[in-house]
Design a protein around this ligand. Structure first.
Ligand code: NAD
Length: 358
């Protein structure tokens, strides 16, 4: 996969560019000869990865994607070649507190993006990011495949399932007829990596407490999740956009990007491994009464492996080792964030080359 050639002189639109995945993606794609437009909300938390990344190739736009007029004006003016739609209210707990905002951003926002793409008079490749939580959780051990039933017990999951349904209907009745558009959705699991300071996520909660030498209180130790390093789904989105250009048969499809079923781990296991890489880390468990999360979530990514030749590269141990090293070097050794990001991206790409010969 020659990414240098694929991205050469391309205009890339990234919605949600100030978020955790968006910041890593902007940093990664800025290594190529590209121009990037990012669209996100104005608000950023005090400590956010975006503050530290290079913005040399970025046009930084801040408004709500639910504002169709503004979105259309900016997208039609920029005329992107490639689009990664990541903007979302991405937290389950927040979705229970603020369901309307979650539905508006994740469902209407996605419909707005699709509408703008259809108006672009230009060849465009787009990846619409939803989630592993879009599946109706039947506590299946075999892992969810792309054709499994959609559903959601909480507003976040329901909003992502709805975004998938909006996408399918839009594609089948409108976008399919538009010969300029190649588009697909991507469903990935929980991501881990340096620079996430979101609330109510396992690793960021640990780091917030451990960096102050505090004990972290953790809910649901036996919940399992398809944990993976943030670079894994990002490489999935990149690979998907690359193959969308080459293979028209995947236009309108959906792809899972997750670890193997055998690699899915409990919260407790993640904590035990993390402890090895953060000196003096302590945790204790409590029972969450406010809201219930689905305890078991597994993804089947065989379709991405077969059609896109995508493969998860890093073991859970290596993922947590890299992540803890990132935060250690940030807090204790005061190493520059762009150096930390480059170090992990280089390591990941070299390993990928060795494993996949690509
Ligand atoms: N982080 C995970 O573990 C995970 C797992 C599965 C799927 N996802 C999905 O991946 C995508 C990126 O996740 P993340 O972890 O980077 O999320 P994040 O919460 O860190 O970032 C969300 C981004 O979306 C932007 N945004 C939110 N509402 C918006 C609105 N109304 N208008 C414009 N911009 C808006 C924010 O400003 C921010 O840039 C999301 O679609 C998320 O649902 C994330």
């Amino acid at each position: 996969m020659n990414l240098k050639k694929f991205y050469n002189k391309k205009k890339i639109l990234i919605t949600g560019h100030t978020g955790f995945k968006g910041s890593w993606l902007v940093h990664w794609l800025s290594r190529y000869n590209v121009q990037i437009m990012g669209i996100s909300l104005r608000y950023e938390s005090k400590l956010s990865l975006f503050k530290f990344i290079s913005k040399k190739k970025l046009i930084d736009k801040r408004f709500d994607i639910a504002n169709y007029k503004k979105l259309e004006k900016n997208v039609l003016k920029f005329k992107p070649d490639i689009v990664y739609h990541l903007a979302a209210q991405s937290l389950v707990k927040e979705s229970v507190i603020n369901p309307l905002k979650t539905f508006t951003t994740n469902i209407i926002g996605t419909a707005n993006v699709l509408s703008c793409l259809n108006k672009l008079e230009k060849k465009t490749i787009s990846v619409i990011v939803t989630s592993d939580k879009c599946y109706e959780n039947l506590k299946l051990l075999r892992g969810y495949s792309e054709d499994d039933r959609l559903g959601g017990h909480d507003p976040y999951s329901a909003s992502k399932a709805s975004a998938e349904i909006v996408f399918k209907s839009y594609f089948n009745s409108i976008l399919k007829k538009n010969k300029k558009i190649r588009i697909a959705t991507a469903r990935a699991g929980n991501v881990i990596g340096g620079g996430d300071w979101s609330l109510n996520r396992l690793v960021p909660d640990c780091i917030r407490a451990w960096s102050l030498n505090n004990e972290v209180k953790i809910r649901n130790p036996n919940s399992t999740r398809p944990w993976q390093h943030v670079l894994e789904p990002l490489s999935g989105y990149i690979t998907l956009s690359y193959y969308l250009k080459k293979n028209k048969n995947i236009n309108g499809a959906s792809f899972n990007f997750g670890p193997k079923i055998s690699e899915v781990a409990t919260v407790k296991k993640v904590l035990q491994i993390s402890q090895k890489y953060w000196k003096g880390s302590k945790f204790k468990f409590y029972r969450e009464k406010f809201f219930k999360e689905d305890p078991l979530l597994r993804l089947n990514s065989i379709k991405a492996q077969k059609i896109l030749k995508w493969k998860k590269i890093l073991s859970l141990e290596k993922t947590l080792q890299l992540t803890m090293a990132w935060y250690n070097d940030f807090y204790k050794n005061k190493i520059r964030v762009s150096d930390l990001l480059n170090r992990d991206i280089n390591y990941f790409l070299n390993l990928k080359k060795k494993i996949l010969n690509d």
